[in-house]
Design a protein. Structure first.
Length: 144
């Protein structure tokens, strides 16, 4: 729970730049078990969450790596570790809605038509300021 405030600050730093969706504090606290963080001497420098979505489907969300720590493999490591955990829980397919398709391609994801995703995925979208004009790219990959 003591990581929540730093997660909030890191995620919303990029949300203010329009690079990802805003996360409210209550969403972070309520879903704290979804998160994996990377630390440098106690400071959180990377974060992502794996959110169980539907049947054997899970979403990689709230992905951010701090300025000065990018392109060092931190994002890749967090996403890979989250997928390992998801696989152990029975997840068969992972997806992300993103403006960073190249990063997800490097993590083994490929582009998929958003309309292929189950309706449950769109429940969160109603709260998005961009709804219904979503311009995020849907990337998916199967578990190993
Ligand atoms: C996207 C983000 C999380 C990537 O984290 P990262 O730790 O820098 O990524 P990694 O170092 O693990 O990159 C792994 C690979 O992904 C690809 N990649 C990462 N960032 C990329 C970029 N900006 N453009 C193109 N490819 C990129 C590269 O292939 C990279 O491997 P390489 O460095 O050996 O070439 C980070 O840039 C970030 O926080 N961006 C701002 C917030 C954001 O856009 N979040 C995503 C919301 S879904």
């Amino acid at each position: 729970m003591s990581d929540a405030e730093q997660i909030y600050e890191l995620a919303n730093y990029y949300a203010e730049k329009g690079q990802m969706l805003t996360r409210a504090r209550h969403q972070i606290y309520e879903n704290i078990r979804d998160f994996l963080v990377a630390e440098d001497e106690g400071k959180i420098v990377g974060v992502a969450a794996l959110h169980m979505m539907w049947n054997d489907l899970a979403e990689v969300r709230t992905l951010a790596v701090a300025e000065g720590y990018k392109r060092k493999g931190i994002g890749h490591k967090i996403v890979t570790d989250l997928m390992e955990e998801g696989k152990a829980l029975g997840v068969k397919k992972f997806f992300a809605l993103t403006y960073q398709p190249e990063f997800f391609r490097a993590c083994g994801f490929s582009e998929e038509d958003k309309n292929n995703m189950p309706q449950k995925v769109w429940m969160d979208c109603i709260n998005c300021p961009k709804f219904p004009n979503c311009d995020e790219i849907c990337m998916t990959r199967l578990a190993d």
